[in-house]
Each structure stands twice: as C-alpha cells, then as structure tokens.
Design a binder for this molecule. Structure first.
Ligand SMILES: *[C@@H]1O[C@H](CO)[C@@H](O)[C@H](O)[C@H]1NC(C)=O
Length: 435
C-alpha cells in the first residue's frame, strides 16, 4: 500500500511537472514560517513550510500531495509568472546539503509613511484586492550571491500564493577598489495584473547605526529626488523599461563602505534587499633611505617603512631578511606607529627597524624587506644591506678597500701637486722622479 502510494505521488509530481512545464525549473523551496505573537503562535516560534513554485498558475493544489517529511507543516503553491523565484542559486542540485535560505511571514498591508511613496496611496485603492492574506518572503541563494525579497498574496485562507512583487540583488557583498565605479544591483518585478498602479524606489545607506537616503524616485509622478550622495546615479529609463533600479557610484570612496538598501514600494506594499559594500585598497609601501649606506659590522642602522593609502585599517606590517643564499627570516614588526587617517579616509602607518649588526646575525648583508599584509593584498618594498666585516674581509671587500686606498692616494698626490708653490717646482719635479 505504501509502495503504491509513493508510486502514485511520484507520478503525480511527474505529471504536474509536465503539466506546468519543467523547463521553467522552478524550485520547491523549504522555508521557515515565522509566526508573530498576534497570530496566536508562541512568540518567535517558527515552522517549516514548502513553497512549490511554478510559472503557470497553481497546478498542484495544496494537500494533494503529502509533505515528503513530517517536519513540514504546510505546502504552499506559488504562482510566479516572471520566474523571479526560479534562479539557479535557489535550486541547488538534488541531494545538495547547501540549501537556499528562506524565511516567510505574514503581514498587513499599510500605506507608506515615506514621502517618496506617499503619492502611491493617495488615489482610491482597491480594498478588495488588499483584503487577502499577505506574505513576505526573504531568500538567499546558495553561494550568497543572490538576495531576494518577495511579496505574495493569497485569497483569504487558501494556500495558493501569487507573487505580486519581487526585488532581487545579485550584488549581496561587493568589494571595490578606490576610485572604481561600483554597481549595486537591484532588479524588481511587479505583477502587471495587479489592480494597483505606481511604484517608488528608494536607496538608503547605513553605516554604524546611522542611516541616510541616497536617492529616491517616485515612478508614479516621475519625480527624482536630488541625490544626497554625489556621483550616485540610477538610470530612470532602465527602471521603467526593465525594473532595473541598480545604483551606480561613479567613483568609490572609503566613505562609501557600508550597507545599502534598495526599497521598492507598491501601494501599501514594500519589498527590500540589502547589500554590503566594502572599499578595499591595499597599501603603497616605501622605504627610507631608499638605498642603504655600506656599514661596518658592529654598527647599526635604522630603516623606516611607510605604508599609506590603504583601507580598511587592518594592516600587518613586518620586516623580513633574506640572505644571499636565499633563506628568509622574520625580523619582527619593528617599532610601529599608530594609524593616521588622510582626508580621503585612507590610512597610513609606519614602522622603524633598527638593524643592529652586533646583535642580529645578518652575515654579510642581504635584502631587507618591509611586508604589508592587507585584505586587499600583500605588498613589499625592499633595500639591499651590505655589511663590511673587518674580521674576515671577503676578496671583494679587500679589493674594494685597496681600490679606495689607491683613489685616496692619487687624490692626495694630485692635491699636493696642484697646490705646491711654483718656486719649488724643482722639488716637485724631484718628488715626481722619486715616484
Ligand atoms: C541596470 O542598469 C545599469 C545602469 O543603471 C546597467 O549598468 C546594468 O548593466 C543594468 N543591468 C541589467 C541587468 O540590465
């Protein structure tokens, strides 16, 4: 009997698949239904439900097939004509443990209190349309590249949901270099069959608890707010043509790091997606002095490394020493200064290293490198250190010293010859012969 039942349910699913065209590849989403206190559920309680998504209406009436697992409380049939819920990252391969994240809850439609969306609700609305069960679902695709928010409507008491508004972003977490243009993706779809008309889009920015509006557009009266952030643009023609409400920041600045919210309003309804932007710029390193003087074993020398123009401020500065035989060892962080912040928000930090040849075993010298490890990449700057040791001079050093001695000798001779008074030219002559 159970075998017969599972065969029957399987064939039903297959049939349903043919019926609505499996080519649409819409998923069956497992979602947490969040109950709030008002609806009688225990506060904060949640239960598992399934959203069976299809693009061509409600082909599987809920209750017709049994939940595959007993933890599932309910199955909703979702009609999504624009296939907004059918993206690849919402339907991972069967058997994959990586599942998209989905939360759904019910809400009561309300007129918007936001100035930019107010015009949407000043006309007479369709109360019959709003008298229904309303749900809001928040989804995150596997891999974290898709963020989505959907408003769904069901005739009161039924499990057949219609997607009314979907807002999607494919740029959930964006990293950008300083000065680059940044695209914050936001795409929306609203049901053209809905009796409500008009939409508004608002972009907000949040950083450390404080928020501000960046840009707002009232699609009904075609009014665009003055951008609060200069260099932030949205292509209004794209908004109308394709529901593409993407925001472009023309030149990334450090102060652009933070959370961005794309909010799309329909009369009495709102869906929003959030994204994080982080401006990451690795440091530029420079070493002073740019070339080190020759030093004698036992002496010490201070090198100085400056890291500048980086963001965020997490940077690890250290020193390395590489001997001519290729072995590398760490010389530690040196004496670090605190971070300083420049007018453009980037940071700088310095470190000084005392190269004491009497305590550090630096041999005959090598390459001294300043290393800056940063989320934006590792940067290096190096100088060559040469140490002359008197105890065991090398052939090169001896030859160099002989060379120096010869040059000095020649110089002294030249000076004494030039400045010898003319009266004693014979003496000079004699002196020359003597040589
Ligand atoms: C959306 O519009 C922006 C311009 O505002 C454009 O750069 C981007 O390519 C568009 N995206 C899509 C998916 O059409």
């Amino acid at each position: 009997m159970t075998k017969l039942w599972s065969f029957w349910s399987l064939s039903l699913v297959v049939f349903a698949c043919f019926g609505r065209g499996c080519s649409s590849h819409c998923p069956v989403l497992e979602c947490w239904f969040l109950q709030d206190k008002k609806q009688g559920g225990a506060s904060g309680s949640q239960e598992k439900v399934l959203l069976d998504v299809g693009t061509e209406g409600h082909h599987l009436a809920a209750g017709r097939h049994r939940p595959p697992d007993s933890s599932i409380q309910r199955i909703y049939s979702v009609a999504d004509p624009a296939a907004t819920l059918c993206g690849r990252s919402l339907r991972p391969p069967i058997g994959s443990t990586n599942k998209p994240m989905c939360e759904i809850s019910s809400f009561l439609p309300q007129p918007s209190s936001v100035k930019w969306a107010a015009s949407l609700t000043d006309s007479a609305l369709s109360p019959i349309y709003l008298q229904a069960d309303w749900f809001a679902a928040t989804l995150q695709g596997v891999g974290g590249e898709l963020g989505m928010s959907t408003v769904l409507r069901a005739a009161t008491g039924t499990s057949e949901l219609d997607v009314v508004l979907s807002v999607t972003t494919t740029t959930v977490a964006v990293k950008a270099r300083l000065g680059d243009p940044v695209l914050l993706n936001c795409q929306f779809w609203s049901d053209p069959a809905s009796p409500q008309s008009g939409f508004a889009v608002e972009w907000r920015y949040q950083f450390r608890g404080s928020g501000q509006m960046i840009l707002a557009y009232d699609g009904k009266s075609d009014r665009l707010s003055d951008a609060m952030e200069n260099g932030a643009v949205m292509d209004i023609a794209e908004v109308h043509r394709k529901g593409n409400a993407s925001l472009i920041l023309q030149k990334a600045r450090v102060s652009h790091s933070g959370t961005y919210i794309c909010m799309v309003y329909l009369p009495h309804l709102l869906a929003q997606v959030t994204m994080e932007l982080e401006i990451i710029e690795p440091p530029s390193l420079s070493i002073h002095p740019a070339s080190l003087p020759l030093i004698v074993a036992g002496q010490s020398l201070t090198v100085h490394c400056e890291a500048s123009g980086f963001a965020p401020h997490s940077l690890e500065l250290s020193w390395e020493f590489k001997s001519p035989d290729g072995t590398t060892r760490s010389l530690g962080p040196g004496r670090l200064t605190g971070h300083r912040q420049a007018w453009d928000g980037t940071f700088s930090q310095d470190t000084r290293l005392e190269l004491d040849t009497s305590t550090l075993d630096l041999g005959r010298g090598g390459e001294v490198t300043c290393v800056g490890q940063h989320p934006g990449g590792t940067r290096r700057a190096g100088v060559t250190l040469r140490i002359i040791g008197f105890s065991t001079p090398s052939i090169e050093d001896s030859m160099a010293m002989v060379g120096v001695a010869l040059v000095l000798y020649g110089l002294i001779k030249f000076v004494s010859w030039t400045f010898t008074p003319s009266g004693s030219s014979e003496a000079a002559e004699a002196n020359k012969k003597e040589n």
